[in-house]
Design a protein around this ligand. Structure first.
Ligand code: SF4
Length: 263
């Protein structure tokens, strides 16, 4: 894979000491990302992750909720670059099965996913708001317990990977392989964008990649416990998230903040 880029940029991306200034989307970087996006459109997930590691490690990261896609990326990182800093947004509302999966991943791959927590515990937060905010204002709850935590977690980072697939939703169908995330000022890489749900699961079963046992109990997409329900056969795979509220994303991967192929 041709990984043409500016050598000074690479050296800058390879230093964690010194300034934590965010990456700027200069015209040169935009052109580089656009070229990479085109070149990697037909690449395998491993090739895309290898490019991301070569270009951005150790300023490359990923937030994972340990969904099937995140677990597949973690399994690939185990051989490509297991020291890639990966974190989980530990809202305090996660399923116990999700937290246990973190330990199973660490045991199998030696990758310790860091739990990043909001400043307030669930108890403090609910006391402040007179009850569980996820029932009355889930957008604010996601903002406080996910987005703001993520904003802190990515300080010093230049790129992040996501496990989104284009076949997950009409919004996600527009995801670029390599793009610019203007919400977080990060290069955004989606190595699984072209994989299907079936391909992900075939890989998980073939390679015995640890996965969340809730998937076998009717939860195709798992977030926080109070905002996730089981779905019936034939329902959309993300319909169990914030069901009945009209909310479809926590805001981490909103397509409105992405600049893709035409950066
Ligand atoms: Fe709060 Fe629900 Fe968002 Fe979790 S998914 S942060 S509980 S609103």
């Amino acid at each position: 894979m041709d990984t043409k880029f500016n050598a000074d940029q690479k050296e800058d991306s390879g230093r964690l000491e010194g300034t934590d200034r965010p990456l700027q989307l200069t015209p040169d970087l935009a052109a580089e990302l656009q070229e990479a996006n085109e070149q990697l459109e037909l690449a395998s997930a491993e090739q895309i992750i290898s490019w991301a590691v070569e270009r951005f490690f150790p300023r490359l990261t990923m937030a994972t909720a340990f969904g099937p896609e995140g677990c597949v990326i973690l399994s690939m990182l185990a051989t490509i670059q297991p020291r890639t800093p990966i974190f989980n947004l530990d809202t305090g509302y996660q399923f116990q099965e999700t937290l246990e999966l973190r330990d199973r991943i660490a045991e199998k791959y030696g990758i310790e996913v860091e739990l990043k927590k909001p400043e307030m515990t669930v108890e403090q937060y609910e006391q402040l708001h007179g009850g569980p905010l996820h029932q009355t204002n889930p957008d604010q709850c996601c903002l406080d317990r996910k987005i703001r935590v993520l904003q802190k977690a990515v300080v010093g980072m230049h790129a992040w990977m996501s496990g989104i697939r284009r076949d997950q939703s009409p919004d996600r169908a527009q995801a670029a392989i390599v793009g610019w995330d203007k919400r977080f000022n990060l290069v955004k890489i989606s190595p699984l964008a072209n994989m299907t749900k079936s391909e992900i699961w075939k890989r998980i079963l073939r390679e015995e990649i640890p996965y969340n046992p809730l998937h076998d109990k009717g939860y195709p997409s798992i977030g926080c416990l109070p905002c996730t329900r089981q779905v019936a056969v034939g329902e959309d795979e993300r319909s169990g998230r914030w069901s009945g509220t009209g909310k479809i994303e926590c805001g981490l991967h909103s397509i409105e903040f992405e600049q893709g192929g035409g950066i």
